[in-house]
Design a binder for this molecule. Structure first.
Ligand code: CDP
Ligand code: MG
Length: 136
C-alpha cells in the first residue's frame, strides 16, 4: 500500500545567504522527493513566532524567531512515500555536531541555531505547517 505524504521543508536564512538552495533542492530530488510547492519569502518576526509557537516556553524561542525572520527563506511542500520521517532522516540531528555523515545538517549546518533546514516532525504538524505557508 502506498503512503504518499507531504512534509514542510524550510531552507533557513543561513543556507539561503550562502546560496545553497539549488544544492539542497538537488539533494531532495536525488532522495526521491518531489517539490510540490515552493516559494521564497521573507517572514516577519510575528509570523515566525506563530510558526514556532510550540517552542514559546523554550529559552531559545526569541532568538529562534529573530533568526527565522532575519533574511529570505525557501519554503517547500516535499512529497514522497513516508515524506515526514524520510525528510527527518535526510536532515539529521538538530545540532549539526551530532548529525550523521551525509545528512543535510552535517553537510551544511553551522550551529544548533543555524542548522540550515527545517522539517515537520509528524504528519499532523506537516499539514498544519503546509497550510501555514500555502493556504489561501
Ligand atoms: O528543527 P528540529 O525539529 O530538529 O528541532 P526543534 O527541537 O524542533 O527546534 C527548532 C529549532 O530551534 C531548531 O532547528 C534549532 O534551529 C533551534 N534550536 C536552538 O536554537 N537551540 C536549541 N537548544 C534547540 C533548538
Ligand atoms: Mg521541530
Amino acid at each position: 500500500m502506498s503512503n504518499i505524504e507531504q512534509t514542510l521543508s524550510i531552507i533557513k536564512p543561513d543556507a539561503v545567504e550562502r546560496n545553497l538552495q539549488e544544492e539542497i533542492k538537488n539533494e531532495f530530488n536525488k532522495n526521491g522527493f518531489r517539490i510540490a510547492k515552493e516559494k521564497k519569502i521573507h517572514i516577519s518576526k510575528d509570523e515566525a513566532e506563530q510558526f514556532y509557537k510550540v517552542h514559546q516556553s523554550k529559552p531559545f524561542y526569541n532568538d529562534l524567531c529573530e533568526y527565522l525572520s532575519s533574511g529570505p527563506i525557501v519554503v517547500m511542500a516535499l512529497e514522497k512515500e513516508n515524506a515526514v520521517l524520510d525528510n527527518r532522516k535526510l536532515m539529521g540531528a538538530t545540532n549539526p555536531k551530532d548529525a550523521d555523515e551525509g545528512t543535510l545538517r552535517k553537510k551544511y549546518g553551522i550551529s544548533i541555531d543555524k542548522n540550515s533546514v527545517h522539517g515537520s516532525d509528524s504528519v499532523e504538524n506537516a499539514n498544519i505547517e503546509i497550510d501555514f505557508f500555502f493556504k489561501g
